[in-house]
Design a protein around this ligand. Structure first.
Ligand code: ADP
Ligand code: RBF
Ligand code: MG
Length: 156
């Protein structure tokens, strides 16, 4: 049911990214520091994932995540960016973001235009929204990983 390396739990403090998410794409993405990216299991492929996320121990929402090189932007560093399917009143840079990766949607693609990239991301969001309604995915929304305060659990 789960592809290799999943479910994967990760957490980290949200940092400033490339500054082109909510502005240019209208799809803000919370970026993880390099240390979190480097601690991803080797068998986890780059590409687009879906799962659950919460900020500072708050409510758990659906999310989509891109792990990769963002070929459209020819990034040099691998990035791990999370778009939470929820409208937040304010930015949450510096907050603790916890994520649980459950499903793999597709590999990253080098799009010909920004509109194509945006359309693809919006389609990923639809896929994630539906997939996370399945009972085997919903069960992770209640996982105590999202609300625990002892560090050991955060590194699971
Ligand atoms: P950056 O390039 O610095 O990552 P973005 O334009 O991608 O900036 O916006 C990401 C920031 O927007 C996040 O760090 C977070 O503080 C904020 N934000 C607001 N709503 C969301 C959301 N639904 N999902 C992800 N980040 C969000
Ligand atoms: N960037 C790409 O170059 N190719 C992709 O296929 C791609 N897919 C993405 C899918 C999702 C769900 C998200 C949140 C981001 C994706 N990105 C992709 C990364 C995107 O270029 C990046 O988030 C913005 O440029 C902000 O840094
Ligand atoms: Mg971002």
């Amino acid at each position: 049911m789960f592809s290799k390396g999943l479910p994967h739990f990760a957490s980290g403090v949200v940092i400033k990214g490339f500054g082109r998410g909510s502005k240019q794409l209208g799809i803000p993405t919370a970026n993880f520091p390099e240390s979190v990216v480097d601690s991803l299991p080797q068998e986890l492929n780059t590409g687009v994932y879906y799962g659950w996320a919460n900020v500072d121990g708050g409510p758990v929402y659906k999310m989509v995540m891109s792990i990769g090189w963002n070929p459209y932007y020819k990034n040099t560093k691998k990035s791990m960016e999370t778009h939470i399917l929820h409208t937040f009143p304010d930015d949450f840079y510096g907050s603790l973001l916890r994520v649980c990766l459950l499903g793999y949607i597709r590999p990253e693609r080098d799009f010909q235009s920004l509109d194509d990239l945006i359309a693809a991301i919006k389609a990923d969001i639809v896929v994630a929204d539906e997939a996370l309604e399945k009972s085997e995915m919903l069960q992770y929304k209640q996982d105590d990983f999202f609300h625990t305060n002892n560090v050991e659990d955060l590194c699971r």
